[in-house]
Design a protein around this ligand. Structure first.
Ligand code: PLP
Length: 387
């Protein structure tokens, strides 16, 4: 039986062109790009060319692109590195983020004693509260050093207007660096419109058809000038910003996937939104009490997030898994009891409804057949559970 994969927000299948691009660097051109011989220089050239092509898609300069090991590392480096840099310069090192951020940001902010700001009913940062928190920090003599707001929420798909957030940060905390976790964005958003508004931007290759274990942190403007403190030190690669031998094959494959994603984005958004709309419309038509968590015009094309009354996601995911449908819920079992996801809790979704959350994420590999099968399996599973 073929698997119906509707979990692209968790990870995507690799694009064939990305696999093809990486193969020569796994078998043949395997030299360390930091070396001085001809084979090393070949690998170095591949890394440099990748940097140029990625900068072109992101709308930044090549020397602003730092290759990392994953999205989590990029986020940790942006927020933790900004806090560390501020403390080295004698400031308090205060980070601020909304409550619906991915844990790769949220945990770093909380661990460093930073401030967490509320979100509205669709998971969008509460702009007035953000302005108030920045003013309060400034008045207390501990002004914010870094503000981190994600471009696209990984659970519910909400898109944030980063330009509007940047305007508030510039007005209320002019010296703070602005970071955006754009890990979920490249398939849906042209990042050339985002990068100019921020100092730091994090990406992860496996979310857009590249391999796992490679990511990007863009460091630009003041963050580049005053230097984010590196997380990993040693060999001095990436101009001392991220040491460690380059993952040449991963970088080359990520680049191919990113360029391809950029070229196909407009057509794919139309195709995928039509599949997603059909998926949600049919679930809502065939089942009672299915609530769409965020309106479609506020979120990315591939996200179908619903809360299904009267069931628990864990039981639903078990039945979907048995039928080879891959989906996700993001609620977690804590101390023996099911807890709703921190994102839904922050959005104020009723607890009993949040426990029936289901995320079906459509992506570049999805087809009409996937939608047809998923509707059939989900409707059948929910009906059985309700019975
Ligand atoms: N940020 C967001 C919004 C994500 O969705 C993810 C992955 O789920 C990450 C960060 C972490 O990325 P990685 O899996 O590459 O560590």
């Amino acid at each position: 039986m073929t698997v119906t994969y509707l979990d692209h927000a968790a990870s995507t299948p690799m694009r064939p062109e990305a696999i093809e691009a990486m193969l020569p660097f796994l078998d043949g051109s395997y030299a360390n790009p930091s070396g001085s011989h001809r084979f090393a220089r070949q690998a170095r050239k591949a890394v440099d060319e990748s940097r140029d092509r990625i900068a072109d898609v992101l709308g930044c300069r090549p020397n602003e692109v730092v290759f990392t090991g994953c999205g989590t590392e990029s986020d940790n480096m942006a927020v933790g590195g900004a806090v560390a840099a501020a403390r080295l310069a004698g400031r308090a090192g205060v980070a601020v983020c909304p409550a619906a951020e991915h844990h790769a940001v949220l945990d770093v902010v909380e661990h460093g004693g930073g401030e967490v700001v509320g979100v509205d009913g669709i998971g969008h940062v509460d702009i007035d509260e953000l302005a108030g928190v920045l003013d309060r920090l400034d008045a207390s003599g501990r002004p914010a050093d870094v503000v981190s707001v994600m471009t696209v929420n990984n659970e519910v798909g909400t898109v944030t207007d980063i330009g509007a957030v940047a305007a508030v940060v510039r007005r209320h905390a002019p010296d703070a660096w602005l970071h955006t976790d754009a890990v979920q964005a490249p398939s849906w958003v042209d990042l050339r419109h985002i990068t100019p508004s921020v100092d730091l931007l994090a990406l992860s290759a496996h979310k857009f058809g590249g391999p796992k274990g490679v990511g990007v942190l863009v460091e630009r403007g003041r963050a580049a000038e005053h230097r984010v403190a590196p997380l990993i030190i040693g060999g001095g690669q990436e101009r001392e910003r991220r040491s460690g031998t380059h993952n040449v094959a991963g970088i080359v494959a990520m680049t191919e996937a990113m360029v391809r994603t950029d070229v196909e984005r407009d057509d794919e958004c139309r195709r995928i939104a039509a599949l997603r709309d059909q998926l949600v419309d049919r679930l809502c038509a065939d089942l009672d009490d299915v609530v769409e968590t965020v309106p479609r015009d506020r979120k990315v094309a591939g996200n179908a997030h619903v809360c299904i009354a009267g069931i628990e996601s864990e039981a639903l995911l078990f039945l979907l898994d048995e039928a080879d449908v891959c989906a996700s819920a993001a609620s977690a079992c804590a101390s023996g009891a099911m807890e709703p996801s921190h994102v839904l809790a922050a959005m104020g979704v009723d607890r009993s409804l949040a426990l029936g959350a289901l995320r079906l994420s459509v992506g570049h590999a999805s087809t009409q057949a996937d939608v047809d099968r998923a509707v059939h399996v989900v409707v059948d599973a929910v009906t059985r559970l309700r019975r």
